[in-house]
Design a protein around this ligand. Sequence first.
Ligand code: SF4
Length: 462
Amino acid sequence: MKQVYLDTFGCQMNVADTDRMELLLFHSGYIRTGEMRDADLILINTCSIREKAEQKIYSLAGSLKPLKVANPGLILGFTGCLAQQEGERLLEKIPFVDLVLGPDGIEHIAQVVDEVKEKNGPVIRTQFDKEKNYSIPELSGETPLHPGPSAFVNIIKGCDKFCTFCVVPATRGREKSRKAEEIEQEVRLLVSRGAREIILLGQNVNAYGKRGMRQVVPFHELLYRVAAIPGVERLRFTTSHPKDFTRECIAAYKNIDNLVNHLHLPVQSGNNRILEEMRRTHTVEEYISLIDELKSAVPDVALSTDIIVGYPSESHSEFEDTLALMERVQFSSSYMFSYSPRPGTPAQDFLDSVPQSVKSKRLQRTIELQNRMSRELGQKFVRQEVDVLVEGGSSRPGIDFRGRNPQYWSVNFTGDRKQICPGDTVKVVVEEVSGHALRGRAISVNRNGKRLTLGEAPTATG
Ligand code: SF4
């Protein structure tokens, strides 16, 4: 078999797209390698959401040139959002590239690679498929994919929100929902292969069902359907938009036992004028009212968010509003960024009026606030028992395993390596908070519905 090296930048959608390419290429005669030097095909699945991500990709591209010089038969491709955004321009910037493929063309990766071989020259594929519904055809036979305990399932692609700072509508196109039956089928398959936690994935999962479906299924209904699939021990979803987050979703948190108590709900700014400039279509008050309602339905829910500081024209007091909102909501974690203009977005034409030094200071204050809140919120778990889905072993000194609790806190813990396996749900007594993670010790493991106190001899299971 030929070998493909795959590298991924950016969000979980890209991680899922890379997995999909691995599967499609496997069926076309390629096996994944971890060594670039051994590869016949190198694919870099790119991100263009921030300037920094782009810079990293261009610097990686420079380091790939010697491989191409040493092996002219090597096919080198760029896929994903930067590929979509740049299209032909990418060939001017990186002339030794053979393949440029946008996210909407991921399904055709094997054919595009064949085209490169036939043509013996670069192939660019960045058009959106407006006709076809969003469907991920099932591939029969052997597959190289062994999901970990936690598996992503794409339910919707694209975004119709058009926030002024965001490249997604331009790079991933309009929203299209995937058929609920197909999603259920994929979840069943993943569970049969060992997945315990399912994470429903999309740029705006709450818009699920609005476009691209003949039989409309609202997002909350999909939650009930997936949660009911035997073997789904935990259900999560990401990412959400406040405008589409319905009361029915809040009810789902209350009614569905295996829907975990965590919500990632991007707010971006705590000031209404800035939110309007960003075209977020909701106010601070509406956001807070949703959060308050959710907290009263599910008191131990953990919340995380995305924040942008230094958006064009953001004043000092408007920035302070963002800090105030963060304090008010008490996020357990945040993805925090200072604004940088992105090509092809409406905000690119706005005067980037906040000096870089001011943006950096604002970002620093935001990070400091988040660090303090995370520390304080983490303290509430100390001396408590938490349920941890074991993701794998740890090579860090003094830690045997890593996993996550339902509220999406990373938990590092000690435990008997002979008795605990990835995919187990383990009771851990939290002993301390370390950065944004909890640390503790395993006291029991739940396997096949039975609780085994660690230290006891494991009983054989049928
Ligand atoms: S909702 Fe999210 S993905 Fe869609 S445009 Fe806004 S920031 Fe981008």
